[in-house]
Ligand binder design. Sequence first.
Ligand SMILES: [Zn+2]
Length: 598
Amino acid sequence: MLRFFSTILFFQFIFFKSFSQTTIPFAKESTTSETKIPIDSLSYIFTNTQELKDELETFNTFFKNANQKPLSVKENDKNTVILILDKNAKEEEYHIQLKRSNVEITGSESGVFYGLMSLFQWMTQSAEKEKIVLKDNIHDYPNFSWRGLHLDVCRHFFPTGFIKKYIDILAMHKMNTFHWHLTDDQGWRIEIKKYPLLTAVGSKRKESILEKNFDPYIGDKTPVEGFYTQEQIKDIVKYAALRHVTIVPEIEMPGHAQAALAAYPEFSCDKEPTEVWTQWGVSEKIFCSKDETIQFLKDVLDEVMELFPSQYIHIGGDEAPKNAWKKCPACQRNMKINHLKNENELQSYFIEQIDEYVTSKGKSIIGWDEILEGGLAQNAAVMSWRGEQGGIEAAKQHHHAVMSPGGYCYFDHYQDSSKSEPLAFGGFTPIEKVYAYNPIPKTLNPSEAQYILGAQGNLWSEYLQVSSQVEYMALPRMCALSEVLWTGEHRPGYENFKTRLKHHFNTLDKYQIYYSRVIYNIKADEKTTAKGKEIRLIAPFKEGQIFYTLDNNHPTTHSTFYQANSAIILPKNTTLKAQYFENNQAKSKIFIIKNENE
Ligand SMILES: [Zn+2]
């Protein structure tokens, strides 16, 4: 009897989710199929094509990394995922078709991989008591070719295991570009065989500034060190290629060079010894524009270009104070000989030499938008970070540009106004704002707009000390950006995105990826009346409940249930603590309002 009863209960609590459109990013086109396939019926995967074997294997490693059972590689007539190469398909485009009990994924190599990433999401996003049933045929392709995420490994260092996980996170969201910020004032993180001191000296700093104690300076007395060997980099580049992620390395010049100059002070203007910087901000120590320094940088780039197959090499170019150049006889002579009016033009002259060199090797440079000042080098692309103006100017000059404006794309900014957030650099870039971003500025006409390659989220690591914190800041804002870049104008709106995100969190949980639960935040309307503060709470989703206390206890599902739209009167010297729950589980942070005595 007991068993019978529990069977009934069990079935009662299975929810059949019959939609294919749960992926992030959202698939562009879908049509209802006559066939329906429960996702957990799929057991086998198979391809006839040699070119797709890597995609198949890589797909299965995602399950291993998520502690889930991979599909059996076997030709079977049912319950099988079949991969088919279509040589006429565009890069990154794929079709998913439901045929009897099989799923066929057709496309280019990268397209099939993205089809598999959709499948990976479906197979991992159901909660315990849900069942996902595929019912749509899908045709999908991206809006932008540069779908990027950046990571600063200089302010803090992250081990190779995490870099690989980060690449997995990109790939699972159909992001295709990893911008690896490898050199800065606070650390040089790439082995260069010709200049061993770059890592022997430049990869180590004695401490970091403690929180925001700039003046007077207080250090945390904790050394930071680390770099990637060329062997490790080759391994990571290969790992990324299997996931259709291109790594764009960044070697900063002429500014953000203090770690390099700590190793080789002869490449500065004053040749004075210096140490790897322990502060955040803009250092005065920059590379001298003399020929020896340019040659040094060309040597470095030779090794970098050998390691990274990427078409683009990022050369920084931002935040380069020119005071050292103004006092330097070599730099002043350089300006005179080359008829340069000011130090901005000297920076352009500097970058032009690098541009020419990189172009001669069949590659292209990209730099932060400061490289526009004093004239843009002939073949350079621009990464627009101080708003969108740099990207707009580049496009108007028919140069390629990638948008990463601080207000939308800086994921080291705060994402939540709550006081309990970990210390961040500053700023406030909530996920709703990221989701609303359009990388094509309205001021560009269609022929100029084609120079905008896409956009990128940036994670500067001054206040990101450990990898879990990087994940927390990146997600779920990067999920929103992936949809902006892949789905573009076809994306179905923030409310729909938020609902899909809840399922997506199951995938992230299985992959042990940290993320912010900011979408579960309770919002409140507050007004002051004679009786005290009058508060109305707004739940983030309709399906859950808010419970609250007025006695300073943490809310539980046994606390007072909040009736939607009702007013809570908060007398003086009282604290309201409220929390949002779904299925008896707390989902939000505790929301607190105090009515303190005046
Ligand atoms: Zn100089």
